[in-house]
Design a protein around this ligand. Structure first.
Ligand code: BG6
Length: 455
């Protein structure tokens, strides 16, 4: 099939920082060996040459790891068309120029997803067209339903790709291997043996010039509604019959359907925003003093909530999800804490040994299992030791891998319609409680452990 790639929002931050570098990686890796028509569409009145210059600079900035020859090869495939992505005539002209069977990627602010999809529908896209939509998928459940409805009128569900690059991260994919290609973990992967699960994505990064987007989203919509719930879904899902899009989506959807939103918002959710402080060697102002931030929006830069998965396997196990910006350390991990052993023959030393902990770490990726072993001195003393494996960096970035799947027409690393709606169902009561000020908006100094203490 003669695929083309049409990027709506082709001069945006996402295109320059992640999509073009991802494509360049695929060229360098030989995944894209035949030229692919890549057409960027945006409002700037630029020529192809001007666009290529812009792309060259972005690639030098964000894809320095990719050999220059591969970057230049990609630049040679790029075309540009100025237009309004919500105007059918402009889109029709863009699709004609791109030719082939397009992957249409909406690298746009989510406020224009709906009018853009409606405009696309009027264009009668070629058979086999794939439509990729970035996150957040709307602002609430009603938006997600509307978007799904329009998407379904545009192309079949298996040609829709709701992007979540966390699904293409090595550690997230590794959960599948760890759980379903080994015998040792699955028998203990349940409420009988696990005490709690923490899914943590603490970032030292601040706003990075993204206030325009971030201040209207906040940590809950930016991270916990999508990425962290997807991680929860992969950790908690039942074994799929096959690793195809259909089976994975069905098993993840089952989990999300079983997630009960927090019952007590004040106890089970935390929201906060950073005040001035130092992160590493960077001095950050108060979040509200950052350029582009509107203080009275009350946007949180830190969000946390604890939910339960109401099903046979997980009843009673708390899953805590937390993510924040401008924190003291990058902590990206899924931590599974086991229950204590039923009987301890060892002389308890104080409160007794810590239960076992399995830690799945992202970026740098690694897995460790923290255990109690016999000490080196007294034969019956216990020592804490760890079985650890560090995973080598992957050849492709998460976006590189996503784009590879997308261009191959594979939707296994995408979020399905049901998952997108279920994820909003879970967070909507939290958003409502926060909007009604039922939960106080706390402060934490930039560079600290956050309002709730260490992860
Ligand atoms: C993005 C969020 O989706 O994921 C960012 O919008 C966040 O706020 C980022 O920093 C984290 O992913 P990565 O791959 O950049 O670590």
């Amino acid at each position: 099939m003669n695929r083309s790639f049409v990027v709506l929002g082709g001069t945006g931050d996402l295109t320059g920082r992640l999509l073009l570098p991802g494509l360049a990686e695929l060229v360098a890796a030989g995944v894209l060996d035949e030229p692919v028509a890549v057409l960027a569409v945006s409002r700037e009145d630029w020529s192809d040459e001007e666009y290529r210059d812009w792309a060259r600079t972005r690639l030098a900035e964000h894809a320095g790891r990719v050999p220059e020859a591969a970057r230049e090869r990609l630049i040679g495939w790029l075309g540009y068309r100025h237009g309004d992505v919500t105007v059918p005539a402009d889109l029709r002209a863009a699709l004609e120029r791109a030719g082939g069977v397009p992957v249409v990627y909406l690298a746009l602010p989510n406020t224009v997803f709906l009018p853009t999809l409606e405009a696309l529908r009027e264009c009668e896209v070629p058979e086999g067209t794939v439509v990729a939509v970035e996150k957040p998928f709307g602002r609430n459940l009603a938006d997600a339903r509307n978007l799904n409805e329009v998407l379904h009128r545009l192309v079949p569900e298996d040609q829709v790709f709701r992007t979540d690059h966390f699904l293409a991260m090595q550690t997230v994919l590794n959960i599948l291997g760890l759980r379903f290609a080994n015998r040792v973990f699955e028998p203990v992967w349940n409420a009988q043996h696990l005490e709690r699960v923490d899914i943590v994505f603490d970032e030292t990064l601040g706003l990075e010039g993204r206030a325009g987007y971030y201040d209207t989203a906040g940590a809950l919509r930016d991270m916990l509604q999508n990425h962290l719930l997807q991680m929860l879904a992969v950790v908690a899902m039942e074994p799929p019959a096959a690793l195809d899009a259909r089976s994975l989506a069905a098993r993840k959807a089952d989990v999300l359907r079983a997630v009960r939103p927090p019952r007590d918002m004040r106890r089970d959710t935390v929201r906060a925003r950073y005040t001035a402080g130092t992160v590493g060697d960077r001095q950050l102002p108060d979040y509200t003093a950052e350029r582009g931030v509107q203080a009275d929006r009350g946007t949180e830069t830190y969000a946390e909530y604890t939910v339960e998965v109401d099903n046979w396997r997980w009843a009673g196990v708390p899953f805590r999800l937390r993510s924040g910006k401008a924190l003291g350390a990058d902590r990206h991990e899924i931590v599974l804490r086991f229950k204590p052993v039923p009987h301890l023959a060892f002389e308890p030393d104080g409160a007794g040994p810590e239960p076992d902990v399995l830690r799945l770490r992202l970026d740098p990726d690694g897995i460790s299992l923290e255990l109690n072993l016999n000490g080196a001195g007294d034969p019956f003393d216990l020592e804490r030791r760890s079985l650890a494996v560090d995973l080598p960096p992957t050849p492709l970035s998460a976006y590189g891998l996503l784009l590879e799947e997308l261009l191959a027409g594979e939707a296994a690393l995408s979020i399905s319609d049901v998952e997108a709606e279920e994820s909003w169902r879970i967070v909507e009561p939290i958003l409502a409680a926060w909007a009604a000020d039922e939960v106080p908006l706390l402060d934490y100094p930039a560079g600290s452990d956050g309002p709730a203490g260490p992860a």
